[in-house]
Design a protein around this ligand. Structure first.
Ligand code: G4P
Length: 531
């Protein structure tokens, strides 16, 4: 029973946003409500400021901070809330995508003035792949932004999801009066404050209540009544099942920096969000209440101190109870390991734990045995699917400048790609190594670490590829003919899959046209539907 309760209690989620929309601010406010931190400002902004892109130490510092705040757990309303942090900088988007495989739901933060931005779309695409339940928080209502109805239309259009407002703003910017809670029928009046926890909430018996006119003025009250009528006419009533299946996203309005609308968000979140969800393995779907322990590694973090090359592997528990000092099976290596110091991550510090449950993320000290995507079990030989690789955006060829150091370079680049810092594609002839990343910043990280941690001497030279596409087909003949024609643009990824390095969108379109039986995937996620 205790085990079952422990599962039911957990809510593991991530907050995602385009940089600057307010993710860090909202995270901090949630932690304040959860009592995990006492003062605002305690969570360091883990994004790398745009001006500091070439300052490597800054990157390292930020990486260090993001270890400490990688998972932030707190209790609220009888639930254990696990927030999995995602890097704010877009160059680390791949990290974020992988973290999204370890959450059960997300809160998406939107800036009311900017609406849906490029990174919002990409992140949501990843959520849509798994039908991850999404709650949307429209932030910065204290500033002038887009009309709320226009915003809702934009969300539906660009994010390919239906929306359902659960609160509704009254005015915005200088004229922002507050939000009306459609379901609880109360009015939350806005006052700018960065410190207060509770807001002034006024209960309203029905919309015609003259109290509304008194509190926000007749004009705003009139508009509110009209708009709510439209909402009821246009949007279906909120249906939790549709939220859980990723079809409908409830929408909240507020201002994170002013701590406004955050409590409604959190209260609703713990009421409607899913408890830990199982995951698909190559053998079967594994439910959290399956009594045998299993989990997968979705992130690996190198030690900040280059003298100690140990790393922390972040493992999401899918099923069973994890215990300290018990042997577990590392499926890929077919070896058993036990962990003397597994850690949990609270907002400010790490602590050693004796046990952990489905939905939890634990840190395992690693001396190089783990790769992203690895599965640990209580003995069963099965793999969790679906830690996808995404096509990188920037490609460089890695050149060894010192033949005597080629071993170091090889080891270094393999370990770094195991950590997921970058992807590597090997091209023939000559085993040429093409390194691909989402952002420029990773090359600085890789270069610095190859030199300082592995003693390699190397150089990156830019390659003009547009996308790396994984190929699948049932028509082997056509694949062979494609390989003959495009041999110079083919490479193997870490799992020996064939990848087409297309130089331009045009050439990719041509390939699709000329070889209609081949499918070109921009993520390796297609593996999910294989087998
Ligand atoms: P991110 O993690 O999504 O990148 O965003 P972050 O929370 O760092 O917020 C980006 C900027 O937006 C910050 O200002 C933050 O104070 C501001 N912000 C967050 N929520 C609100 C809100 O509800 N209303 C308004 N008006 N601003 C908000 P900054 O100037 O970049 O940094 P800071 O010096 O204020 O920390």
């Amino acid at each position: 029973m205790k085990y079952q309760e422990a599962i039911e209690k957990r809510r593991t989620f991530g907050i995602i946003a385009h940089p600057d929309a307010g993710k860090t601010t909202l995270t901090e406010k949630l932690l304040l409500f959860g009592g995990a931190i006492q003062t605002a400002g305690a969570v360091k902004n883990n994004k790398i400021k745009k001006t500091a892109t070439s300052d490597f130490m800054e990157i390292e510092k930020q990486r260090g901070i993001s270890v400490a705040t990688s998972v932030m757990a707190f209790e609220y309303g009888g639930k254990q809330v696990n927030i999995l942090d995602t890097p704010g900088h877009k160059d680390f988007a791949e990290d974020t995508y992988r973290t999204l495989t370890a959450v059960d739901s997300v809160i998406l933060v939107i800036d009311c003035a900017n609406g849906v931005e490029s990174q919002t779309e990409k992140l949501m695409e990843v959520c849509r792949m798994r039908n991850t339940p999404v709650i949307i928080f429209v932030n910065k209502m204290d500033r002038e932004g887009k009309d709320p109805f226009t915003l809702l239309d934009e969300l539906e259009d660009k994010l390919d999801i239906k929306v359902r407002p659960l609160t509704w703003p009254i005015g915005m910017g200088d004229r922002f009066k507050g939000v009306y809670n459609i379901y609880n029928k109360n009015l939350n009046l806005f006052s700018a404050s960065k410190t207060k926890k509770a807001d002034d909430v006024v209960s309203i018996s029905e919309l015609s209540d003259p109290l509304i006119d008194e509190l926000v003025g007749a004009q705003f009250a009139g508009e509110l009544r009209e708009e709510l009528e439209i909402i009821d006419g246009v949007y279906d009533a909120f249906d939790r099942e549709k939220y859980l299946s990723g079809e409908v996203a409830p929408v909240f309005f507020g201002s994170a920096v002013n701590n406004f609308g955050v409590q409604e968000l959190l209260d609703t979140f713990i009421t409607i969000s899913p408890s830990p969800i199982g995951r698909e393995s190559d053998l079967r779907f594994i439910n959290p209440n399956d009594p045998k322990f299993s989990g997968f590694v979705f992130k690996i973090h190198a030690n900040l101190d280059p003298k100690h090359r140990d790393r922390i592997a972040f493992l999401r528990i899918v099923s069973g109870r994890f215990e300290r000092n018990k042997f577990y099976h590392h499926v890929r290596l077919d070896k058993n390991f036990k962990f003397a110091n597994p850690t949990s991550f609270m907002a400010q510090d790490k602590s050693v734990i004796d046990e952990a449950f489905p939905g939890d993320v634990i840190g395992l000290y690693d001396t190089g045995n783990f790769k992203i995507g690895d599965t640990m079990t209580e003995g069963e030989n099965m793999f969790y699917k679906g830690i996808p690789s995404f096509s990188p955006e920037i490609f460089m060829e890695l050149e060894n400048l010192d033949p005597l150091k080629s071993k170091q370079l090889d080891k270094g680049i393999h370990q770094l790609t195991d950590e997921g810092v970058a992807q590597m594609f090997i091209m023939q002839p000559g085993n040429r190594k093409i390194v691909g990343t989402v952002g420029q910043l990773q090359f600085e990280v890789i270069n610095y670490r190859l030199i300082h941690e592995y003693g390699a001497n190397c150089r990156f030279s830019p390659k003009n590829y547009f996308k790396a596409c994984w190929i699948t087909t049932e028509n082997d003949e056509q694949l062979e003919s494609f390989k003959r024609a495009k041999g110079n643009y083919l490479a193997k990824d870490k799992d020996d899959n064939v990848v087409f390095l297309a130089e331009t969108q045009f050439l990719l379109n041509m390939a699709e046209q000329d070889y209609p039986d081949l499918t070109f995937h921009k993520t390796s996620e297609f593996k999910l539907d294989l087998k």
